[in-house]
Design a protein around this ligand. Structure first.
Ligand SMILES: [Cu+2]
Length: 109
């Protein structure tokens, strides 16, 4: 999951999220945090603890189906963010966050 840009000016920001597949449903979560993108607090499953210490979930799109595009518009203050997928696949026992579906994002003041 790589955004077209890794930063944006403060204010209203619209993310257009496309699941290019090939097969898994994904989600898109905007987290405000000063933590390293790979060091967010997690549950036993490896999924990010969205109520965890040191992060704040600003907005999310749940369940983006393969081939579909959804938009999320949020108002973002200057600071450091992480964009991530927080799906835990019960069948495959895989937390998408742990698989690397995360990327830093910066809002400039
Ligand atoms: Cu995912």
């Amino acid at each position: 999951m790589l955004p077209a840009s890794d930063s944006a000016p403060a204010g209203s920001v619209t993310f257009q999220v496309t699941n290019t597949g090939p097969e898994d449903v994904h989600e898109f979560v905007v987290v405000k945090t000063d933590l390293d993108p790979g060091s967010l607090p997690t549950e036993e499953t490896g999924a990010v603890s969205e109520a965890g210490t040191g992060l704040e979930v600003i907005g999310e799109i749940e369940d983006v189906a393969v081939g579909s595009t959804q938009e999320l518009t949020v108002t973002l203050a200057p600071g450091k963010y992480v964009l991530l997928c927080n799906i835990y696949d019960e069948t495959e026992k895989e937390a998408h966050y742990k698989m690397g579906m995360r990327t830093p994002f910066t809002i400039n003041g």
